[in-house]
Write a protein that binds this ligand. Sequence first.
Ligand code: ADP
Length: 489
Amino acid sequence: MYPNSKLLIDGEMCEAEGEATYPDISPWDGKEIGRAADGSVSDLDRAIAAARRAFDESDWPTDHAKRIAALRRYAAVLQANRPRFANLARDEAGAPGASIFSAACDAPLGMIDGWLDVAENYDWEQDIGTSEMFGITSRRKVWKEAIGVVAAITPWNVPTQINIAKVLPALAAGCTVVLKPAPETPMLGSLLGELAVEAGLPAGVLNVITSADAATVGAALVADERVDAISFTGSTATGKAIMAAASERVAKVFLELGGKSASIILDDVEDFAQAVGSGAMVCFHAGQGCATITRMLVPRERHDEAAAILKHALEGVAYQDPNSPMQIMGSLISRRQQERVLEYIEIGKAEGATLVTGGGIPEDKPEGFFVEPTLFANVTNDMRIAQEEIFGPVLVLIPYDDDDDAVRIANDSVYGLSGAVHSSNMERALDIARRIRTGTFGINGGMWYAGDAPFGGYKQSGIGRESGIEGFEEYLETKCVAFPESAAA
Ligand code: ADP
């Protein structure tokens, strides 16, 4: 059992109001791994007040060198605690070994230094020269300033990646932060708070409020006048609710939402089996990734061959040893998600898609929240299983007639997060990449995921970008200052 996790408010790790706690459940066996502080709206109120104070009354937003030095110390403490993040990623978020060595732990910890470099080298002031307007000659400068208090609201799938990708760039920009992790993964959020105290970050710059209730604390955070910007990753439905609530007071929103990403296998691909076999990555972290490839588009005449390759690949995905660095498959986060995925499988059958493999709970895994690697073939893109985000290890195979048809099908989605193409002809692949309306795109297995690369979506996959310079600038405001040319500046 892990010790009870706490809240971070104004530089102190503390209990929730009334010492309220709730159970933190392991996805592997449904058992309690410990208890987490169940923060209330009044705890949240104190956290926002502390963040506001730290922003308004300290030099955190303005002393760039001091702030970056403090964050370098924080980064070192986070990296030194890698085993704690790794163990919690497994025990609390259900991350299998391969995920811990990448998105669930090692990748985000490895990205921090790059984000701090962006901040350290950032040009906070630009001289845009003089202008002559209304008979006034003015010299103008454009200043970049921290946007203020940021609400970071995060999901449970890869909590450390998403918590860190919001908290570190926001702090590096000079903002102060209230982090609200998902109810399912409180300890990973609380750990960020605990280590901020250990690293000596100034009181109030980071606050962490965990809570059992999915919406109440989050909604109160979004609605609070003292919060300047909201950085949210999660479902499109919640993203829409957040955007609507933020519009009441015209607060800036960054949204990273759902996806239904398509991989197009072109007819000229050299190694068809390898390209199609990449579809087995739908099982990575049990398919609980917003940018996971969940639709595979193959030439109609090779559809059945592709189905056979994928059946073999998916049936070979092992899930017995979560500690193996080779294991990509894990459990779903909760009973609710398991039921949701199983419901989608029933929908697929009812819609007339061919269930090639999987479709149920594995016989040898009655505990936890597993769903078998599942393949639907003969899918048409108008089916719900091709349109809606399932967030489980479920791949749909869709035949197409020619390149134009493949592009049309891939783009026929409310989402636009990611995509891929496989071809032996680079020109043809690039032409497809230009025509697909998504925020990230991989050609022949190319990997866009990195700390210095902007990540985000078109259409209902979101607004704005995380990581890279674009991600850093989400946390900045722009001020144009003008003065008479003769004045010294
Ligand atoms: P899911 O339904 O898959 O758990 P959500 O997108 O609802 O995903 O959750 C992502 C994050 O958003 C979580 O931290 C959750 O507590 C929070 N959340 C849920 N509803 C709201 C809301 N109405 N306002 C703000 N945050 C919310």
